[in-house]
Design a protein around this ligand. Structure first.
Ligand SMILES: Cc1cc2nc3c(=O)[nH]c(=O)nc-3n(C[C@H](O)[C@H](O)[C@H](O)COP(=O)(O)OP(=O)(O)OC[C@H]3O[C@@H](n4cnc5c(N)ncnc54)[C@H](O)[C@@H]3O)c2cc1C
Length: 529
């Protein structure tokens, strides 16, 4: 089999790359390991952090520019190495191009209103406008392909609390943002003769004197060689689904169960080994605190931020602003974990919280019997009893709750600053005007669940340059090989600039990679200035 471009992985980045490569005129084959399409993208809200997009500067959305976005990224993490600086500069210049590419492809985008950057207080941050999501698709896929689209497990959507409460929980009938994006990309890929092979995992790269000339995939029980005259793009995610790789690289303890649905099995790392690719950032992930029930992880974006609840370690002490962005909250769980103190931690809420707000997969006001029987959710009449049931120091917990209730009364968290940032307030309860994230814990029964440092995918991977070319240790590119998204080391290092930065980086890198393998990137970069 011979083609121009082989793309490994049919998530959003692989599909965007496929459509873009096809438009440039290449023959394209997408090989996908799973029986379904969409990868982690279709399980996600599909938020896209694309600074400088054309929706900014109108309809009450503040104006934005690549320069401001770059200042923000630099302020978050420092300028870093020349390679990082070049990747960041390329990202901020290309983000708006990708947003425009989606819009001109008639993939409707909208601003996630009122959602600020993760660090709104930092220079160059914006109060809203950079996080976008795909609108519901203009048309559905035909049944054959609709059945092959990965659908997410029911999960509380990641929007402000008001929006969350207005939406029905569990079994949402409408597509989430990630599903909408994948559907729209597929609706462009299929009629344009992009070839897609499902259940065809990459097994190795085809090499010729150090250059990548194609791939070998497993297909219907046989090893099939596919030559790629232009190149191979690895868009097959990270290694979040491989326990052995997690243990080798991520902080301990770690578990695939704490991952919220990414399916990366380390295929990109294994391919990288074949060509002596440089690796970076392997100890990092897109952390997000989760709870686990029925063997599945659920994010706690609303539950940990909403009033009438707090997070404590095994000693019963608070140690983190519960409302922090997932990335820093998850990292904090590990940093604080000396003596196994904070993995797991415990989310303690009172009955007002339980009645009003979602908790993991459970809608407000429900008492999930099987989870209570399994010990995933613990209920007790007193805080003393609760502490005993979950093995947390009683005096510590009582002391923390008393102190927290005083802070809640004053509406100011002088210990950890919960509710001070616009980011915190987006996820809080707007009904509480003084501090939407603070409320006392004093209505029985009390509830507790274990909190783990979960993730929405790993962040480390193959080192790529601003052209998305995979680099060797000596910084030379591997001819014929490009990578993007979870397959590549994140350009954001251990920072998280905005909601949607993982997916946005994946799309930008995929786009730049395809344009580069078509020898058109210099022209585009020149036009961008
Ligand atoms: C629940 C959840 C919510 C999230 N929310 C957001 C969000 O709102 N915004 C954001 O920026 N990020 C979010 N993320 C992360 C984001 O979804 C991913 O970073 C993004 O989808 C990556 O896209 P991708 O195309 O690179 O990879 P994926 O969408 O993961 O696609 C990779 C594909 O490669 C396939 N594959 C793996 N191995 C092989 C192999 N050997 N051969 C062939 N194919 C293979 C996989 O099956 C998969 O289909 C979320 C993740 C999860 C799980």
């Amino acid at each position: 089999m011979r083609t121009d471009v082989v793309i490994v992985g049919a998530g959003a980045s692989g599909l965007l790359a496929a459509v873009a490569a096809r438009r440039i005129g290449h023959r394209v084959l997408v090989v996908e390991r799973g029986a379904t399409l969409g990868g982690a993208t279709s399980a996600s809200d599909g938020h896209l952090w694309l600074p400088g997009n054309d929706l900014t500067g109108r309809n009450g959305i503040p104006s934005d520019s690549p320069e401001e976005a770059l200042a923000y990224l630099d302020a978050l993490a420092g300028r870093g190495s020349d390679l990082t600086a070049a990747r960041r500069a390329a990202f901020v210049r290309t983000a708006a191009v990708v947003a425009r590419w989606l819009s001109t492809s008639k993939i409707g985008l909208e601003v996630v209103r009122s959602l600020p950057d993760c660090r709104p207080e930092v220079e160059g941050a914006k109060p809203q406008g950079r996080t976008l999501r795909a609108r519901p698709p203009a048309a559905t896929l035909d049944q054959e392909w609709a059945e092959r689209l990965r659908t997410p497990a029911a999960a509380a959507p990641r929007s402000g609390l008001l929006a969350t409460l207005r939406r029905p929980f569990g079994g949402r009938s409408e597509l989430n943002g990630g599903g909408a994006l994948v559907t729209e990309l597929l609706r462009r890929a299929l009629p344009s003769d992009v070839e897609i092979w499902l259940e065809s995992p990459l097994t190795s790269l085809l090499l010729d004197g150090g250059a990548v000339r194609g791939v070998t995939v497993e297909r219907e029980g046989a090893e099939v060689e596919v030559r790629a005259d232009r190149g191979v793009l690895l868009a097959c995610g990270g290694f979040e689904a491989d326990q052995e790789l997690r243990e080798r690289h991520l902080p301990h303890p770690t578990s695939t169960v704490w991952s919220t649905g990414g399916g990366g099995d380390g295929a990109a790392l294994r391919a990288g080994l074949q060509v002596d690719a440089a690796l970076a950032g392997l100890d990092q992930a897109w952390w997000t605190p989760v709870m686990v029930t029925d063997g599945a992880a659920h994010r706690l974006d609303v539950a940990r931020v909403a009033p009438h609840g707090l997070i404590v370690d095994r000693a019963g002490d608070r140690y983190v602003n519960e409302a922090e962005p997932g990335g820093s909250a998850g990292r904090r769980m590990y940093e604080h974990n000396w003596g196994d103190r904070s993995v797991p931690s415990f989310l303690i809420v009172d009955n007002r919280h339980r009645k009003q707000y979602p908790l993991g997969p459970w809608p407000p006001g429900t008492s999930p019997k099987s989870a209570i029987e399994a010990g995933d959710l613990v209920r007790a009449t007193t805080l003393n009893e609760l502490a005993e049931s979950i093995g947390v120091d009683r005096a510590g917990l009582l002391g923390s709750v008393v102190a927290f209730n005083q802070l809640a009364k004053r509406g100011k968290d002088t210990d950890f600053g919960r509710g001070e940032s616009a980011w915190d307030r987006f996820f809080g309860d707007p009904v509480l005007r003084r501090n939407p994230c603070l409320g006392g814990i004093d209505r029985q029964p009390y509830w507790a669940l274990r909190v783990y440092p979960g993730d929405a995918g790993t962040k480390g991977g193959l080192v790529i340059d601003q052209r998305s070319r995979v680099l060797r240790e000596d910084s030379n590119p591997v001819p014929g090989l490009w990578a993007c998204g979870g397959s590549a080391a994140s350009l954001f290092g251990d920072t998280e600039p905005g909601d949607g930065s993982a997916l946005a980086a994946a799309l930008v890198e995929a786009y730049r990679g395809v344009v580069d393998l078509s020898d058109q990137l210099d022209r585009i970069d020149e036009a961008l200035g």
